[in-house]
Design a protein around this ligand. Structure first.
Ligand SMILES: [Zn+2]
Ligand SMILES: [Zn+2]
Length: 329
């Protein structure tokens, strides 16, 4: 069991950073897989107890790496993007987003198969596959609710279909990630251009709370990362991303003795917490899940001290109706 110490926060200055752009697809894929393999090996070496969870994550990430979501361009003039950002409105909010039914069913089906092959999830995943097969569960509907991050609607979909709400939440959220990521990458230039206009703690693309902070480089600049779409943004330093509290004496962090990579920032104003890990570069979106897993002991430490993650998303995303009915390609 880890021993934790509490510290007051004191972090050097920070600024936004350009998103990493990668080269050719094939090269990128090979690099991604090599990195995934290395990161899983390191994780298991440091935390042998997480071996099984890490293997599952590796399989899921491999499915997500292989899934390139088809999107339709969003027309977002720079002026409108900057207006949205300065008003605290995530860039995907109120836009027409194309969700490809075939893509959704394919990714969802692959992920269900992963869980059906595991003893602990086989039964519930089987029930879910059966409900989809019998058209009690509309997978496209579930993933659309995950895309806009309306957990209570997803629970309702699960109850009506007679499947496990926890499992549906997990699978629908995972299936929505490649689509969220594709749109976030598409809209990234607008965020980059308007990054100084954004001062909120939630994701400037999809409205979710940050899942992790990355402390980058020698100066440990603090970047917030969205575990859904992979967005990367910064807010004023020494400020709670959840409630905006910037009283230094109400912000602290916990770090396990002997631990160098991860810590957890806590706010005594709202009781929120956010894990933070040192990192050379921005982690690829899919690999953020491994950092989340590698630092699970910090979730436990924070929860044991009465800290929690906000139950509601930072901003409730809504989309305008697309043109699916006109889709003939
Ligand atoms: Zn996001
Ligand atoms: Zn707070």
């Amino acid at each position: 069991m880890c021993r934790f110490r509490e510290y007051l926060r004191a972090i050097p200055g920070e600024h936004a950073n350009a998103l990493v752009q990668c080269g050719r697809q094939e090269e990128k894929t090979a690099m991604e897989h090599a990195l995934l393999e290395r990161r899983v090996q390191t994780l298991v070496k440091l935390n042998p107890a997480l071996a099984e969870a890490a293997t599952l994550q590796k399989t899921i990430i491999t499915v997500l790496y292989a899934a390139t979501a088809p999107i339709r361009p969003i027309v977002l003039p720079l002026r409108r993007a900057r207006e949205k950002l300065s008003g605290g409105v995530p860039l995907l909010h109120g836009e027409s987003v194309f969700l490809d039914d075939g893509f959704i069913r394919d990714v969802f089906g692959r992920l269900v198969n992963v869980l059906r092959s595991r003893a602990d999830t086989a039964e519930k995943a089987g029930q879910l596959a059966e409900a989809a097969y019998e058209h009690r569960l509309h997978v496209e509907h579930a993933v659309a609710e995950a895309f806009v991050n309306h957990p209570e609607h997803l629970d309702q979909v699960a109850i009506e279909a007679g499947v496990s709400p926890e499992l549906l939440q997990m699978l629908a959220q995972l299936s929505a990630r490649p689509i969220l990521k594709a749109y976030a990458e598409h809209v990234a230039p607008a965020l980059q251009a308007g990054r100084d206009d954004w001062d909120r703690g939630y994701c400037p693309m999809c409205g979710a709370w940050p899942g992790l902070a990355e402390l980058r480089g020698a100066e440990q600049l603090r970047h917030l990362r969205c575990l859904r779409c992979g967005a990367d943004w910064t807010i004023t330093r020494l400020r709670c991303p959840f409630c905006g509290n910037d009283h230094h004496d109400a912000l602290g962090y916990l770090q396990a003795e002997g631990e160098r990579r991860f810590r957890v920032d806590v706010c005594r104003g709202c009781g929120g917490y956010l894990k933070a890990g040192s990192s050379f570069d921005a982690a690829p979106t899919e690999l953020l899940a491994l950092d989340d897993l590698a630092s699970v002991h910090l979730d436990i430490a924070a929860l044991e001290r009465g800290q929690q993650r906000p139950p509601e998303p930072g901003f409730r995303l809504e989309l305008v109706d697309g043109e699916d009915d006109l889709d003939d390609d």
